[in-house]
Design a protein around this ligand. Structure first.
Ligand SMILES: *Cc1c(COP(=O)(O)O)cnc(C)c1O
Length: 401
């Protein structure tokens, strides 16, 4: 990947996605998962239509959570039967769009929502369960707590619907799991819970979505998942389930894991300065496109992998910041880098998930960065950077004279 050339051609700040890495990650994962498990891509992680289309070309379906994400998946060529729609606040337009598109199922998060879907004659729903058990190993615990998501496992009772059939169960236990044992244990608990819920409700188990939340290592205190161990553990809990339910479609929905390592955030150093003894690189992009790099949630500030793309001389400690007028706009704190000069390029690795769409891109009105996908050595601009005109176009000027 020649980032210098890409930066020259497309400008910075820039997100670059590499299809070879998307392919590699998917191959490895597919090689470990039982064949009975379908992989859906959670567009939330990176809703670029071409990223979605490339994953679709590998046979990956889509898990979407808004009307626009649904439209993106359909435009990317994902077959409706490989799409599910979830999210706690779907409106009637979104439900209708799911019905019109003929997606596999709407994952309903409340009894009220099931009735709404029934009212518009939606054929297939799954119910999302807020499990009574919690998960270890995620920064974000979903089970066992009061949540706006799903129906509490303890409260599941008979639901009378006219048209809509409940075809299965969904649960999502959290994100950024890096220990395979935690994921295997969650999966076992979810599969057992699904059988219990299906029994209590008298519904078939045509589909069970057991979430995912597979993490990637960002920080130097983390290590990547042991995928072989994960595969072996999952096969052990999934095979007996599949023997009991040979017709059940099993779904794993993954965002971060599929795209994170394929993405690089490329910024250019504008100023290099010292303040009270510390060296700062002020770059042209920062947390406005890459909020995750702030490392919110961790007590100590840890750094994403940052590389110097221009120079590999003697090293010095730098804090890399963006252009925002807030001291929190720090991409990397006190990282050792070869000497940085104004105009040099820096790359933040593992940035293909929860980048621009999970960041305050409109803060200080810098707007969305450009996105490029590199496939077979060829770079395609897959999202244009916002211009000043773009940012003003949707505002209305009131004439106060
Ligand atoms: C965010 C989310 C995902 C994707 O999570 P990752 O950790 O990125 O894989 C999947 N399912 C649900 C319900 C989510 O909220």
């Amino acid at each position: 990947m020649n980032f210098e050339e890409l930066a020259e051609e497309f400008g910075t700040p820039l997100f670059v996605y590499d299809t070879a890495e998307l392919h590699r990650v998917h191959q490895r994962l597919r090689g470990e998962l039982p064949d009975s498990v379908d992989v859906l891509y959670s567009l939330k992680a990176n809703p670029n239509v071409s990223v979605c289309a490339y994953l679709r070309s590998l046979g990956v379906g889509a898990e979407v959570s808004s009307h626009a994400e649904l439209a993106t998946a359909l435009k990317a060529g994902v077959r409706p039967e490989d799409i599910i729609f979830l999210g706690p606040g779907k409106d009637i337009t979104e439900l209708q769009a799911c019905v019109d598109a003929g997606i596999h199922a709407v994952v309903c998060e409340s009894v009220e929502e099931l009735h709404q879907l029934d009212d518009i004659a939606g054929p297939r729903a799954m119910i999302r369960i807020n499990p009574s058990f919690g998960a270890k190993g995620s920064g974000l615990t979903m089970g066992g707590k009061p949540r706006q998501f799903g129906i509490d496992q303890e409260a599941v009772g008979k639901i009378d619907l006219t048209t809509t059939r409940i075809i299965g169960v969904h649960a999502y236990m959290g994100t950024r799991f890096l220990d395979h044992d935690d994921i295997v244990r969650n999966t076992a608990e979810i599969l057992a819970m699904a059988e219990e819920v299906a029994g209590a409700l008298g519904i078939p188990l045509e589909t069970v979505d057991f979430g995912g939340g597979l993490g990637v290592a960002y920080f130097d205190n983390e290590t990547d998942l042991d995928l072989s161990a994960l595969g072996a553990g999952l096969r052990e809990v999934i095979e007996p389930f599949t023997r009991r339910h040979p017709e059940t479609r099993l779904i794993m929905e993954l965002g971060r894991y599929l795209t994170a390592t394929a993405g690089t955030y490329v910024v250019r150093a504008r100023y290099v300065k010292q303040s009270r003894g510390d060296w700062f690189v002020v770059a042209d992009g920062g947390t406005n496109h890459h909020m995750a790099a702030v490392g919110i949630g961790s007590f100590v500030k840890r750094n994403f992998p940052v590389r110097h793309l221009t120079n590999d001389g003697s090293r010095r400690q730098y804090t890399v910041t963006g252009p925002l007028c807030t001291p929190n706009d720090v991409i990397a704190k006190k990282v050792e880098l070869p000497e940085v000069r104004p105009g040099d390029l820096l790359a933040v690795g593992r940035s293909g998930a929860y980048g621009p769409t999970a960041s305050p891109g409109l803060f200080l009105s810098h707007g969305y960065p450009a996105e490029v996908i590199v496939h077979n050595g060829q770079a395609h601009l897959v999202r244009q950077r916002d211009t000043v005109q773009d940012l003003l176009a949707r505002q209305t000027l009131v004439d106060f004279r």
